[in-house]
Design a protein around this ligand. Structure first.
Ligand code: SF4
Length: 383
């Protein structure tokens, strides 16, 4: 079976443009080009990925011997140098190849901080506080090990991303009753265990096979932060890194990612905490997700925000979400998604989840599109 997948992927690796011509045509759209300018420059190898710049930032000290607080202090200092370098790369075409990789560097520092967090896990706002390094598991069901369920060149993502070098991790911090990936999100061991070196090889190989980006997803990638950041120590290939997350991560996790991720693909599911609690068993959803998205907006980060339209949830979710984005993150592209279908618990117990036990109607989708258009959200070029 794997051989067939390899053959199909090999053919697609050459012929993908026939499968998704929109992936090329989308770059004729001026709005898309402007809003995803950094991503496109890295994708085309005109600029280096952020993580390669971070490797050029020297950090003083024996990191393993520093306290957690001291590590964060060094982080605040190091990112000043990172942003100076980034500005020079953006505006003055600084060639970072002329700067040697530092040792230790900002990636080493972030990796060490992530390791410490793993011992008292607060990667996401569940804030379980368990020592995953010692084998304990929190809400996501993962200890320190990282499992990859699959990795391939994804032809079904938004047009600017295709072919997307997608790595599906297992486990999730949410329990969505309609999850389409429940077989991996709710089964943390349903994959191949990978260490940081193996993950680096997977990402490097995906880029060599034609990936426009490395798409960390799942499940959800937030709970794998330690392995993903460590893998960057063993990677040197230029490729945009993409974070495809439920955005329920803590400020600490976000701080670790900001100087690494070139483009964000966040989910924005619920406009109401009540819906989030009932359908995903998650507390303070709206507050956390809008807080994190606002940070990305203030940093002018490239992003495509996904909103999956749920049936009967236009007024409570779709409307406030689209309004929030237009007010707070106008630069972001928005993908208003129509592909919801009853899956997982909803398919098993449709009477219990009556409000979402059907696909969104054409009239609901049309209302969502009309509103997005009225608010000036750039969503149409994105499939
Ligand atoms: S990643 Fe989130 S859910 Fe998993 S143990 Fe850490 S805080 Fe808990």
């Amino acid at each position: 079976m794997r051989i067939w997948f390899g053959i199909i992927e090999g053919v697609l690796g050459v012929m993908w443009i026939l499968v998704r011509p929109d992936a090329e045509l989308v770059w004729r759209n001026r709005e898309v080009k402007e809003r995803l300018a950094w991503y496109k420059a890295v994708m085309d190898n005109r600029k280096p990925a952020k993580y390669l710049i971070a490797k050029r930032v020297h950090v003083e000290g024996e990191l393993k011997e520093l306290s957690y607080e001291e590590l964060w202090k060094r982080h605040s200092e190091a990112i000043k140098e990172f942003y100076e370098l980034l500005d020079n790369v953006r505006n003055n075409d600084l060639d970072i190849e002329s700067i040697p990789i530092a040792s230790p560097n900002l990636i080493d520092l972030k990796s060490e901080i992530a390791r410490r967090i793993l011992r008292n896990c607060i990667f996401c706002e569940r804030r379980c506080g368990v020592n995953r390094e010692a084998g304990m598991k929190g809400f996501c069901g993962l200890d320190a090990r990282t499992y990859v369920a699959s990795e391939f060149l994804h032809m079904g993502e938004e047009s600017p991303l295709v072919p997307s070098g997608t790595i599906f991790f297992t486990g999730c911090s949410f329990k969505c009753v309609f999850c389409q990936n429940w077989d991996i999100s709710q089964h943390p061991l349903a994959g191949e265990p990978v260490d940081a070196k193996r993950l680096a090889r997977i990402a490097t190989d995906l880029r060599r096979r034609g990936a426009r980006n490395i798409n960390y997803v799942g499940g959800n990638p937030d709970q794998q932060l330690h392995t993903i950041i460590e893998s960057l120590k063993y990677m040197n290939i230029n490729v945009p890194l993409l974070w495809n997350s439920n955005m329920y991560l803590t400020l600490q996790s976000l701080d670790l990612l900001l100087e690494i991720i070139d483009i964000w693909l966040p989910d924005f599911k619920y406009g109401s905490d009540e819906c989030a609690m009932r359908l995903s068993n998650v507390d303070r959803y709206y507050e956390v997700v809008t807080r994190n998205l606002k940070i990305l907006a203030d940093k002018n980060e490239d992003a495509i925000i996904r909103h999956l339209v749920l049936p009967n949830h236009l007024e409570c979710c779709t409307v406030p979400i689209l309004e929030w984005i237009s007010k707070n993150y106008p630069k972001a592209l928005v993908n208003v998604m129509a592909q919801y279908r009853p899956e997982y618990q909803v398919a098993l117990y449709p009477d219990k989840w009556r409000d979402i036990a059907r696909r969104p109607s054409s009239s609901e989708m049309s209302k969502a599109y009309t509103l997005a258009r009225k608010l000036g959200l750039c969503f149409e070029p994105v499939s």
